[in-house]
Design a protein around this ligand. Sequence first.
Ligand SMILES: [Zn+2]
Length: 192
Amino acid sequence: MEDYPTNLLEFEKRFATEQACRQYFQKLRWPDGFQCPNCGNKKAWLTKRDLYHCENCGVQTSLLAGTIFQDTKKPLQLWFHAIWHITNQKYGANAPGLQRILGLGSYHTAWTWLHKLRRAMVRPGRDRLEGIIEVDDTFIGGKRTGKRGRGASGKELVVIATQKDGRKIGRIRLQRVPDASAESLENAVQKI
Ligand SMILES: [Zn+2]
């Protein structure tokens, strides 16, 4: 989406209300306007429980049904905060961090959300990245803080490829590499 915020202040402004989040998500889900999943009709009214009631067949559809947010009892706004947090952690988000930033009562919820969102960010089938790709590398894991490049023992070197999607960050791929040699890096990037 072109109007996705590029910094925290814009994000807070843009998604200040649950209504704003729902409107944004509605545009993502139905870019050409609502369409009934049952009969394809485009006209519906919104019920008191925020369901789309198809004027043609009467089937009621929720905005979140069939998406990763289906059956959630938490506000969409909180999910949006989770996504913002995860995509803005250079060294990767973790469950305790997510729990703290969202004020979630349960560690298990934070863990589940993190994994659900990670799975959604790397789609199964892995169609390759396209367009403008930014590549970076980082060390993950290990107890000691190592130097960049060779010799940071106990750490895994990982190449991060990010597909630029206008001004925002699009899809992301991670690929483990044995070392920081040009050959290894090139190999990894080929697979991404
Ligand atoms: Zn219908």
